[in-house]
Every structure is written in C-alpha cells, then in structure tokens.
Design a protein around this ligand. Structure first.
Ligand code: OSB
Ligand code: MG
Length: 372
C-alpha cells in the first residue's frame, strides 16, 4: 500500500491488433480487425493499463486509431510523464487543453486509474463509488443480410443466459427486421441502435416501431444532434437513448434540459474517461434518466473499466458488456472476462483487476512508442 504522490516514469503506447470472431456491421460502420491503443504506465513500483477503443475509420464518431495515436503520443503522454500527482483530478489537470478527442483522453486516463488503484490497493469500482458486486449483461448484435443468422445468434445468446438483446437497424433494415425478431421472441428484452441513420423526416416511419415494445431506440438521428432528438422523442412512444451525441457532462446537461432522451448509454471512451462518465452518471441519476453501459468491442482492459462503471447505482439496465469470448478467440488479459448466465462479476482487486499478458500484447503489437 503506497499513498504518496504518483510519478509516471515510463509510458508505453502500443497499437494492438485483434480480430473479432464475428464481423460486425451497423448502419454507420463495419468492423472485423480492431486496432486499439493499449497504454502501459510504470511508476512508484506499480503498473497501470489503459485501452483506447478507437475505430479504424471516422464513421461512428470522428476519432480514428491514427488521431488517437497522434493526440496521445504528441500531446497527452508527454504532458503527464515525470509529473507528480496524487488524485485523478490532479492527473487530468496535467493534460494540455486538448479539445474533443475523448477516446484519446479516456485511454490514458484509464491507465492512471489502474495505476493509482494498484499503488493504493483500491479497486477502480470502489474508487468510483460502485455499489454492485455483479452487473447484468446484454449483447449487441450486428446487422445480418440473412434474417435466420440473426435469429440463430439471438437464440444462442439467450441460451447462454444473456438478459437483453440489442440489434442494429438502418434505412431499409428496420421495421421488417424488428417485426421478424419480435414474432420469434415475443418476451425478449429488445432494443435497437440506429447509429445516426435517420433524420426528422423519418419520424412517421420510426413511429411504426412503437407497437413492438422496444426498451429504447438508440441514436436514431445525427451523431452530433441533441435538439432534433427532443422533437423526435415527442412524436414517438419508444424511449430515445443517446449514444454518439453525448460526449461530455455538458452534453448530458443539454440533453436533459431539452428532454432529448429518456435513456443514456454511458461509454468510458466516448465520454472522455471514467471521471467524466461518473459525472454524467450522477447527473442522469438525479434527473431520472435510465442508464446502461455500452461497449466499443473493448479488449479485456477496457471491458474491466466498463464493468467498474456499471457497478454504479444509477446503472439500472443491462448493458453491452458481454464476456470476452463473444468477441475474441483469446483476450490479451488472463483470465479473460466471462459472463455467467448473463452476469459479470465486479472485480474487487486493486486497480482494474486485469492481468494483461505481455507476450500476447507483444505478439499483436503493430506499432510501439516508449516515453521515459
Ligand atoms: O453504437 O454502441 C454502438 C460497437 C462499436 C461502435 C459503436 C457501437 C458498438 C456496439 C457493440 O453496439 C458494443 C459491444 O458489443 O462492445
Ligand atoms: Mg450505439
């Protein structure tokens, strides 16, 4: 147990490549080979790991692997190297005034939470104020050309015990798909994610989803819109959930003030890190906005941070944090994170409670930069 000031002596940034077992498609992007930036911090005899779950292309949001790498390597990492800090607030105060780039900011911050927790013997979940020992998990399934493949995937995950299913919709791939799923799974806790496929002109069409008792429709309108979503929410019965367009606590405040959503998807990366995600959680909880934790096809490090966030009391809906085995043949952490009948255990070990395997990380590294 160490409770003196922290000083990061060495930062290792690596682009680590992993392949999804099942290629994944949404209305905005397709993914199979992932290139997340994995961060290793060493200081005060402890090691902290973080993950920046960036996408290869700027189709979900505007950041990419290249922009995150650039911002982390050239702006964020040099600013925190060798400096003294004792709390996450102090650590973040070392960041230069980088605008946006939430994935990049979150990836480095995650490693600082892990480092601080490991040095102090505290779990990240407890540092955040988490109150749950386990969290309920759903699955997010990509678009399929062949409906039977989607039905089979849903049935398989329900057999494994997952508690909620999210399917991707888009133009020409919505009411019929939902009707087909609903007919086969009448009692399924079902939601849809449009990843910004629609505009307000589609409001009448989206109302046709009202009869299917969906838990919510996620991000139907533009990736950066908060205003039109309020108009849409007034004209459809399905609760609107925001993902892409809430990237800060200020965005959440605006969405609440305008009544743009009834539900919010908390993502560590999109919100710029765990500290900001906790602020959004506290604000939404007080305002009666239902919460769940989304995912970005995270490797085990990011997945552990998602679980710590999901242990907060305002997170009341099953999220997109499934077991590693839904995504990868072999995770870079050992043991991997697995769901048991749709339930994930919240780690009470120091830090994020993950053990990345250096040889696995090394074998999948396609780019590396060491600052010391
Ligand atoms: O919109 O929630 C999304 C994956 C990558 C980018 C955006 C999204 C998603 C998912 C899958 O829906 C979440 C996961 O299983 O990790
Ligand atoms: Mg989404």
């Amino acid at each position: 147990m160490y409770d003196g000031p922290m000083r990061i002596e060495r930062i290792v940034l690596r682009v680590v490549r992993m392949s999804l077992i099942t290629p994944f498609a949404s209305s905005s992007h397709a993914a199979q080979d992932l290139n997340h930036v994995v961060v290793r911090l060493d200081g005060e005899g402890a090691t902290g790991w973080g993950e920046c779950s960036t996408m290869n292309d700027p189709y979900y949001l505007d950041e990419t692997v290249e922009t995150a790498w650039h911002v982390m390597k050239d702006f964020l990492a040099p600013a925190v190297l060798g400096k003294r800090w004792t709390t996450i607030d102090e650590f973040l105060a070392l960041y230069p005034p980088v605008k946006g780039n939430t994935f990049a900011r979150a990836g480095l911050e995650m490693a600082a939470w892990d480092l601080l927790g490991c040095a102090n013997g505290a779990s990240v979940a407890s540092m955040l104020g988490g109150t749950r020992a386990e969290v309920e998990s759903g699955v997010s399934l990509g678009m399929e050309e062949e409906p039977s493949r989607l039905y089979d995937a849903i049935a398989g995950h329900l057999r494994e015990g997952y508690r909620r299913v999210k399917i991707k919709i888009g133009k020409g791939h919505d009411v019929g798909v939902v009707a087909g799923v609903r007919a086969r799974f009448p009692d399924l806790a079902l939601m849809v994610d449009a990843n910004s496929a629609y505009t307000l002109d589609d409001a009448d069409h989206l109302r046709r989803l009202d009869p299917f008792s969906l838990l919510m429709i996620e991000q139907p309108l533009a990736w950066d819109d908060i205003v039109d979503h309020a108009t849409l929410q007034r004209s459809i019965a399905t609760p609107v959930c925001l993902d892409e367009s809430v990237r800060s606590d200020a965005d959440a405040r605006h969405a609440i003030a305008l009544r743009s959503c009834r539900v919010l998807n908390l993502k560590v990366a999109r919100l710029g890190g765990l500290r900001e995600a906790k602020r959004v959680h506290d604000r939404c909880r007080a305002a009666g906005i239902a919460l769940w934790v989304g995912g970005m096809h995270d490797y085990g490090i990011g997945r552990a941070a998602n679980i710590a966030l999901a242990s907060l009391p305002g997170v009341t809906l099953p999220g997109d944090i499934s077991g590693s085995d839904k995504y990868f043949v072999e995770d870079i952490i050992d043991p991997p994170i697995l769901a048991d009948r749709g339930v994930l255990r919240v780690s009470d070990a120091p830090g994020l409670g993950v053990s990345p395997v250096e040889s696995r990380v090394g074998a999948r590294t396609v780019r590396e930069e060491i600052l010391s």
